[in-house]
Design a protein around this ligand. Structure first.
Ligand code: FMN
Length: 220
C-alpha cells in the first residue's frame, strides 16, 4: 500500500528520497578503474565488500560464484603475461587510427592493483538443484555477473575501485591457476584505491567509445 508523506506517494518499503539520490550517485560514479595506487586495501573493508557477493541473486539460489585471490608472485606474473599476450594479439586485430587508439588505452591495472581476484562460475554446482539452469545453463554465469555488479558498487561506496579485465586467454589462465575443469572464468579483477576519480568512463575520455544518451526500448 502506498505511503504518503512529504516525499509524495511511495510504496511501503521504499527507501527515503535522500538514500535514493545517493544510490543514483553511487551508480553514476561507479567506474571501471585501471589506474591504481599501490597502497594496501584494508582487509576489513574488503571483507565488507565481498559480503555483497553473498547477497546477490542467483538462479535457483545456486550461488555458483567461485573466487580465487591471486596473491603469489608466480600467479600474478602468469596472469600479467597472459594479459600482455592477449592484448598484443587484440592490437594486431586493429589497423590504422583505431590501432593507434587501442595501443594508447590502459586496459588493466594488473601491475599495480594491490588486490587481484579471478572470479569463476562453477557450471557443475549441484546447489540449487538445477532450477532454471536446465533450460538456460548460462544463467549460472549471469548470476556471477550480478554478484560482481553488487561487489563493484560496494567497493565504490568504500572509495575503492574495481577494474574488470577480460583481455585474457581463459584456458591458459585456468591452467596456470590450476582451477577445476567445471569452473568457467567470468573475469579477472583488479581492486585498490583509484589514482583519480572520474564521472565518465575512461574509454569515453580516451575517445574510444561513447555511452548512449538514451535507453532504447522496443515494444511488442
Ligand atoms: C564484462 C566486462 C568486461 C570488461 N573488460 C574490460 C577489460 O578487459 N579491460 C578494460 O579496461 N575494461 C574492461 N571493462 C570495463 C569497460 O570498459 C567499462 O565498464 C566501460 O568502458 C564503461 O566504463 P565505466 O565502467 O567506467 O562506466 C569490462 C567491463 C565489463 C562489464
Amino acid at each position: 500500500m502506498p505511503l504518503s508523506g512529504p516525499e509524495g506517494d511511495v510504496p511501503e518499503g521504499a527507501f527515503p528520497a535522500a538514500f535514493r539520490t545517493q544510490l543514483d550517485l553511487l551508480m553514476q560514479m561507479r567506474r571501471d578503474v585501471r589506474r591504481f595506487r599501490r597502497d594496501p586495501v584494508d582487509e576489513a573493508v574488503l571483507a565488507r565488500c565481498l559480503n555483497a557477493i553473498q547477497l546477490a541473486p542467483s538462479v535457483g539460489l545456486s550461488e555458483p560464484w567461485r573466487l580465487l585471490r591471486i596473491d603469489s608472485e608466480a600467479a600474478r606474473e602468469a596472469a600479467l603475461k597472459n594479459f600482455e599476450t592477449a592484448n598484443a594479439e587484440a592490437l594486431a586485430g586493429y589497423s590504422g587510427a583505431r590501432a593507434n587508439r587501442y595501443a594508447g588505452l590502459k586496459l588493466s591495472g594488473m601491475r599495480e592493483a594491490p588486490v587481484q581476484l579471478a572470479i569463476y562460475c562453477d557450471d557443475d554446482t549441484v546447489q540449487g538443484h538445477g532450477l532454471g539452469a536446465g533450460t538456460m545453463p548460462e544463467m549460472r554465469r549471469y548470476s556471477v555477473v550480478t554478484a560482481i555488479t553488487l561487489f563493484w558498487l560496494a567497493l565504490r561506496a568504500e572509495g575503492l575501485g574495481l577494474g574488470w579485465v577480460s583481455v585474457l586467454d581463459p584456458d591458459q589462465l585456468n591452467r596456470d591457476l590450476q582451477v577445476p575443469a567445471s569452473w568457467k572464468l567470468i573475469g579477472y579483477f583488479c581492486i585498490g584505491l583509484p589514482e583519480e576519480l572520474h564521472d565518465s568512463p575512461e574509454l569515453e575520455r580516451q575517445g574510444w567509445e561513447n555511452r548512449q544518451n538514451a535507453l532504447s526500448i522496443e515494444t511488442r
